[in-house]
Design a protein around this ligand. Structure first.
Ligand SMILES: Cc1ncc(COP(=O)(O)O)c(C=O)c1O
Length: 389
């Protein structure tokens, strides 16, 4: 990877050491330009004329996102966030008393509270797939849990609170063998590594655009396998055509999960981000991110009072740690004073995992491919100062 070029294309690297790519990465120039140019067009001709003029480019975004995950453009819905994508599938599924939803111990708070609400409304039950010794959801244990009452498997591939990579494809094979719908939260994987919905065997996949993919904030997408296209949780007269006074017809493809209003500028930014990642190569990105994270973990582990908290035998670019006596938020604040951005992960981010491991709030450091070894050194120097001085 040509680090100089990548950094020249990332204007915000001038403004400090940014190690919070798992929350919201820095947009590269092609993304910034796509958003800016479209807003300029909107400012000059108005929202709907701009849309008509750029209809071809806007439509091409579905193709870019589909290529990123080896799907068909008709299986993609562009959404305002991961959560909107996830909810539009989840709320469309039908549960009744005694139905079982199986999930990962590392499940993300936003998804889990929606499951709790569904439990409250319908009497369905949420059960956690046991973890293997490495802390990942265990596909063998999952297989033993399956019976006719299991109506959904919904897990995250990579959680918000560390480097764990759940065996999403093995879990997909269990789901597929039993014909159980499989909803995969791939927020922390998209843009960080190769994502192939055929290999994963998922029926639905959701992601934000702003994280490792480096798209604009306020974007996300949904993949729905063609055979699983059904009634979305929310529809309006974009996703469904009002064809008679007392009836409607869902539109073809995954666009039925979208609603009418959207921001084409952000969508074009998302498409540019997908094209940018594809041009760099997802395996190259994965390799570089893995190398930076691995080096960071071993150097962190050597610091006094620090415990690295990442689970998993196969690890991603999210590096988390705690200190014996200094709270995560105090470390994050001290680093911010040195213009180094990392993130405090609240205990409720992945609450089941927090409780199972009895861990405090964590500091999360997420370096992307455009970050340099020098930046990681600067972070470690500032951290040493915060914990030793
Ligand atoms: C694993 C995981 N799922 C879901 C989300 C939420 O995504 P969004 O804010 O786009 O709804 C996050 C964000 O931190 C996440 O890490």
């Amino acid at each position: 990877m040509d680090s100089d070029r990548l950094r020249a294309e990332t204007p915000a690297v001038e403004n400090g050491v940014y190690l919070n790519n798992a929350s919201c990465s820095l947009m590269p120039l092609p993304v910034i330009d796509a958003v800016r140019d479209y807003f300029a067009l909107e400012a000059s001709v108005g929202g709907f004329r701009a849309m008509a003029k750029e209809a071809g480019a806007i439509d091409a975004v579905y193709g870019s996102v589909a290529s990123l995950i080896n799907a068909k453009p008709g299986e993609i819905a562009l959404m305002g966030s991961h959560t909107l994508a996830w909810q539009s599938v989840f709320q469309g599924l039908r549960f009744q008393e005694g139905d079982r939803i199986l999930t990962s111990r590392s499940e993300y708070g936003a998804n889990y509270v929606a499951m709790l609400q569904m439990q409250k409304r319908t009497g369905c039950v949420i059960e956690v797939i046991p973890c293997g010794n490495d802390g990942a959801s265990d596909p063998v244990a999952l297989n033993k849990m399956i019976d006719g009452a299991v109506k959904l498997i919904a897990i995250n591939w990579i959680p918000t609170n560390g480097g764990l990579v759940n065996p999403a494809a093995e879990i997909g094979r269990v789901a597929g063998a039993h014909g159980i719908p499989y909803l995969l939260d791939a927020c922390q994987a998209v843009g960080q590594m190769r994502v192939d919905v055929e290999e994963l065997g998922c029926d639905y996949l959701t992601s934000a655009g702003r994280k490792w993919l480096r798209g604009p904030k306020g974007t996300g997408f949904l993949f729905v396998r063609e055979e699983r296209l059904a009634e979305p949780g929310i529809i309006d007269d974009f996703g469904a055509l009002w064809t008679k006074p007392d009836g409607y017809e869902l539109v073809a493809g995954a666009r039925r999960y979208e609603t009418h209003e959207n921001a084409p500028a952000l969508r074009l930014g998302l498409g540019a981000a997908a094209d940018y990642a594809l041009a760099l190569g997802l395996d190259n990105i994965r390799e570089r991110v893995r190398r930076l994270a691995g080096g960071l973990r071993s150097r962190l582990a050597a610091l006094p009072g620090i415990t690295v908290r990442d689970l998993g035998s196969d690890q991603a670019g999210l590096v988390t740690f705690s200190h014996d006596t200094i709270a995560a938020v105090d470390i994050t604040t001290a680093l911010q004073a040195e213009n180094i951005t990392v993130k405090t992960i609240p205990r409720a981010g992945s609450y089941l995992d927090t409780l199972a491991r009895d861990i405090p709030e964590l500091v999360r450091v997420s370096a992307h491919y455009y970050n340099t070894e020098d930046e990681l050194e600067a972070f470690l120097r500032a951290l040493r100062k915060a914990i030793v001085d």
